[in-house]
Design a protein around this ligand. Structure first.
Ligand SMILES: *[C@@H]1O[C@H](CO)[C@@H](O)[C@H](O)[C@H]1NC(C)=O
Length: 500
C-alpha cells in the first residue's frame, strides 16, 4: 500500500504487488515421487550398505536428510529382450500365462519392498513394455502390444499385484502403459507402443476389471503420453467417460515443457473427456537451457537434450515444473523421472571428486542422486546429491499425501514476479500448513506475503532454505508485521519453505 496525497484527500492505492495467500482451497495433492527404473540394476552391484543408504535417502518418511518420497514408482520389467543397455533390462516374473518366477528382478523388488517397509503412502507399478509373449515383435522394445493379448496382459498385471499384496506390499496404483505413443524402436530401453490408439482405453478397462476380479483395490492411471500435443491428438481416441470412470488419474508427462496455463488447458480437456478424472504429472527430466545465455536463469526457455547441472538453476527449473503442475494446472500428483542416474558425461568422479559439482554438457539431468558410471572398474561407490534432491525435499515435506493446494495470487510487477509461490493446507482444508516460495533471480530479493480479507497469517513455526551454499538449512523464523503480513528476504536462486 502506498499513501498518495492529492490535495486534502489521502488515497490508499493497492498495487498488484506481493503474493496474496487466499482462503480458497483447490485440489488435493496425492504424492510426489520418482521412479526406480534402470539404476536399481547398478545398485544391486553396490555394497549392501550403500544400497540400504539409498533406500533411506529416498524412502524414509521421517529422516532429517532424506527426501521422503511420497510415491515410489516401481518398474515392472518386460524381460529386456532386444534392449541394448544391460542396466536398462528389467527382469519379468512372467514365464507363461499364469505361471511366474517370483524370484525374478531382485534388483528392482528390493526397493519395492523397501518402499512398503518405509510406509511410502503411494506405490505405483508402471510398465514400459510387456514381456515378449505380449508384443508383436517378440521383444521388450520396438513392438506393439498384441491386441488379442490385452486380457492376458491385464491378468498378468493383476497376478503380479496380488502376489505383492500377499507379501505385504500394497501397490496403490498401476500404470499399465508408459508412453504408448513411442515403441522405442532404437531399443536403448524397454518400450512398447499401443496402436490403434482406441485400444489404450481397452487396456485400462481390462486392467481395472482384472484388479476388481482379484479383489484388489489398486487404482489404474494412464496413459503417460510423452507430450501435451499427443494428448490433444490422441486422448479423444481412447479416453471417454467409461474409461474415465475406472481411472484415478490421467497421467501425462511434461516433456513438451509448456507453461502452467497451457498445461491447465490440457488437464481441462482430459477432465471433460473422462467426466472429471483429475490430471497427474508423472514424468519429466532431461532439459537444458535452450540458449547458452539462459544458463543462469531458471525461468528461461529450455529444450530436451543432454546437460548435467547439479546447481540451484536446475533445482529451480524442477521446482518450476512442480509449481506449474500443482499450482497452475490443478494436477493432483507430481513425479520426477529417475531417482538415481550415472549420466555424468565426461565427469569421472573416481578421478576427480569435484566434477560432479559442475555442469557437464554431455551428461543428463535425469536423476536426483548420481553415481560413478564406471563403478565396476573403479569400485568407487560415492553418491553425489544434486540440488534437485534438496529442492524436492521442500515439496515432499510441504505437501504430505492428502495436502490441499491453496490459491495464491502472485505479484504482477516488479522483482516479485520472479518469485513462485505455492501454499498447502494440511491435515485439513482451511488449515494452512506450508508455503513454498522460490526466488528465481540471482540476487537477494524480498517477497511480501499477505492474506486476503478472509485469511489472517499466524507466525511461521519453522522456516527452511536451500540455496547454493546450504541445503534445507533452518533459518530464523520470519516474524509477522503489525498488519499480519510477512516479509521474506532470501538469497538469489533459493527456495524457502515456511511451516505454520
Ligand atoms: C527412518 O529414519 C529414522 C531417523 O533416522 C529412524 O529412526 C527410523 O528407524 C527410519 N525408519 C525406517 C523404516 O527405517
Amino acid at each position: 500500500m502506498v499513501a498518495l496525497e492529492l490535495g486534502t484527500v489521502v488515497l490508499l492505492l493497492a498495487w498488484v504487488q506481493a503474493a496474496t495467500i487466499t482462503s480458497n482451497t483447490m485440489q488435493p495433492v496425492r504424492g510426489i515421487g520418482a521412479s526406480g527404473a534402470w539404476w536399481v540394476n547398478d545398485l544391486a552391484l553396490f555394497p549392501a550398505e550403500v544400497r540400504q543408504q539409498v533406500s533411506d535417502m529416498l524412502l524414509n518418511q521421517t529422516s532429517d536428510d532424506g527426501i521422503g518420497l511420497t510415491d515410489y514408482r516401481y518398474n515392472l520389467g518386460g524381460g529386456g529382450v532386444g534392449v541394448k543397455e544391460w542396466d536398462r533390462v528389467h527382469e519379468t516374473p512372467y514365464l507363461s500365462d499364469r505361471e511366474y518366477d517370483w524370484e525374478a528382478d531382485e534388483a528392482g523388488t528390493f526397493f519395492l519392498r523397501e518402499a512398503a517397509r518405509h510406509g511410502v503412502p503411494y506405490i505405483t507399478l508402471f510398465v514400459n513394455s510387456a514381456p515378449p509373449a505380449f508384443t508383436t515383435n517378440g521383444k521388450s522394445c520396438g513392438g506393439n502390444l498384441k491386441i488379442d493379448r490385452i486380457l492376458a496382459f491385464a491378468q498378468y498385471i493383476a497376478d503380479v499385484i496380488s502376489y505383492w499384496k500377499s507379501e505385504g506390499v500394497q501397490i496403490t496404483h498401476v500404470s499399465p502403459l508408459n508412453e504408448p505413443d513411442n515403441a522405442f524402436w532404437a531399443c536403448w530401453q524397454e518400450g512398447m507402443a499401443v496402436y490403434p490408439i482406441a485400444q489404450r482405453g481397452k487396456v485400462m478397462l481390462a486392467v481395472a476389471k482384472a484388479l476388481e476380479d482379484a479383489g484388489l483395490n489398486t487404482k489404474v492411471i494412464g496413459d503417460e503420453s510423452s507430450m501435451i500435443w499427443e494428448v490433444y491428438g490422441e486422448a479423444p481416441l481412447w479416453l471417454d467417460r467409461e474409461v474415465g470412470a475406472v481411472l484415478d488419474g490421467i497421467a501425462t508427462h511434461q516433456y513438451a515443457f509448456v507453461n502452467g496455463r497451457i498445461r491447465r488447458n490440457m488437464v481441462d480437456l482430459t477432465k471433460r473427456l473422462s467426466g472429471g478424472t483429475p490430471g497427474w504429472a508423472t514424468e519429466v527430466c532431461c532439459y537444458k537451457p535452450s540458449r547458452e545465455s539462459y544458463a543462469n536463469d531458471p525461468l528461461s526457455g529450455i529444450s530436451y537434450g543432454p546437460y548435467y547441472d547439479p546447481t540451484m538453476v536446475s533445482g529451480l527449473r524442477m521446482a518450476k515444473f512442480i509449481f506449474e503442475a500443482l499450482g497452475e494446472a490443478g494436477e493432483e500428483h507430481w513425479d520426477w523421472w529417475l531417482a538415481l542416474s550415472p549420466q555424468l558425461g565426461s565427469c569421472e568422479p573416481a578421478e576427480d571428486p569435484y566434477c560432479a559439482e559442475e555442469i557437464q554438457h554431455d551428461g543428463w539431468d535425469d536423476g536426483l542422486i548420481y553415481y560413478d558410471p564406471y563403478y565396476q572398474d573403479t569400485k568407487f561407490y560415492g553418491l553425489h546429491l544434486t540440488k534437485r534432491y534438496w529442492v524436492l525435499r521442500h515439496f515432499t515435506k510441504a505437501a504430505p499425501a492428502g495436502a490441499v493446494v491453496r490459491e495464491v495470487l502472485m505479484a504482477s510487477k516488479g522483482p516479485e514476479t520472479k518469485w513462485r509461490v505455492i501454499a498447502f493446507d494440511y491435515p485439513e482444508r482451511g488449515t494452512l500448513y506450508s508455503i513454498v516460495a522460490m526466488n528465481a533471480q540471482d540476487t537477494w530479493s524480498s517477497l511480501h506475503l499477505q492474506g486476503d480479507d478472509k485469511f489472517v497469517f499466524t507466525t511461521p513455526k519453522k522456516v527452511y532454505c536451500t540455496h547454493a551454499e546450504e541445503n534445507w538449512a533452518e533459518v530464523d523464523a520470519v516474524s509477522l508485521a503489525a498488519d499480519s503480513s510477512v516479509d521474506l528476504h532470501a538469497p538469489g536462486l533459493s527456495i524457502v519453505t515456511l511451516f505454520f
